[in-house]
Design a protein around this ligand. Structure first.
Ligand code: FPP
Length: 254
């Protein structure tokens, strides 16, 4: 992956909120589940784009901690969709060098889905062309809380001095600790918020929003995001002059 320069032309890690499936379906007077199915096709467009452009990591927000509160039939349809995608797509992803992982509160899914998630991870773990993380039953607050709980357990067991807890130790206990933080965040569907996604990891991520609904995603939209990103100056809290010197890029920029 690219070095720590302040504004690499290409994001090393892209994080995406795939919003607008429901509205896409409602505009066609179809059930929301139809929008999610169309959304699954757009997932493939996004993965293909990352593979073609050489983006090393992609994190997709597929299902939030809060999405469990949606109507039961919609949650059921999404679970069916995840199960189907895990059955259908993993072999092809493996063939294309994609490493798949899931982040989130896995214990809330059915044993059958948990089993397939683990199988997908095991089957693709040796790959490195694209690191694909699917955030499912995920929330940024859950992630930070889980990391804090792990550190607290270590401290309570006498294996960790609380004074040794600093930002880098907490970051090391979060999801995606082995990846660079997202350089670019894309949200489709017109809303401009982060919605409890990678709260810690996106502290210095460049944000890009589009009105395009997720099922309508195309390469041109993704390219527009990359073009916009390439023109930005990332300063990470420093002055422009400082941030243009790679040696001054802060740890969190990497
Ligand atoms: C948000 O749109 C989307 C979701 C809650 C589900 C995302 C799922 C997919 C894209 C399909 C499958 C994914 C994988 C990884 C196989 P929304 O329903 O909130 O749309 P709305 O804002 O228009 O109501």
């Amino acid at each position: 992956m690219a070095g720590p320069e302040s504004t690499p032309r290409l994001p090393r890690h892209l994080a995406v909120i795939m919003d607008g499936n429901g509205r896409w379906a409602e505009r066609r007077r179809r059930p929301r589940a139809v929008g999610h199915r169309a959304g699954a096709r757009a997932v493939n467009i996004c993965i293909d784009f990352c593979l073609e452009r050489g983006i090393g990591a992609l994190t997709l927000f597929a299902f939030s901690s809060e999405n469990w509160g949606r109507p039961q039939d919609e949650v059921g349809a999404l679970m069916k969709l995840f199960m189907g995608a895990l059955e259908r797509e993993v072999e092809e992803l493996a063939r294309r060098g994609v490493r798949v992982r899931f982040i989130g509160e896995r214990g809330r899914f059915s044993p059958a889905i948990v089993e397939r998630m683990a199988a997908a991870e095991a089957h693709t773990q040796a790959n490195s062309t694209l690191e694909l993380a699917i955030a499912a039953s995920y929330g940024g607050r859950w992630d930070i809380t889980a990391a804090a709980r792990r550190l607290a357990s270590e401290a309570a067991a006498g294996r960790l001095d609380p004074a040794a807890i600093d930002e880098s130790l907490l970051a090391a206990h979060l999801s995606l600790a082995d990846l660079p933080p997202p350089d670019l965040f894309i949200r489709t569907g017109g809303d401009q918020r982060i919605s409890n996604f990678l709260l810690w990891q996106m502290a210095y991520t460049e944000l890009w929003f589009t009105d395009v609904l997720w099922p309508e995603l195309d390469t041109a939209t993704l390219q527009a995001a990359l073009d916009d990103y390439a023109g930005r100056e990332r300063r990470f809290g420093l002055t422009g002059a400082q941030s243009r010197q790679p040696a001054h890029a802060p740890e969190g920029a990497r």
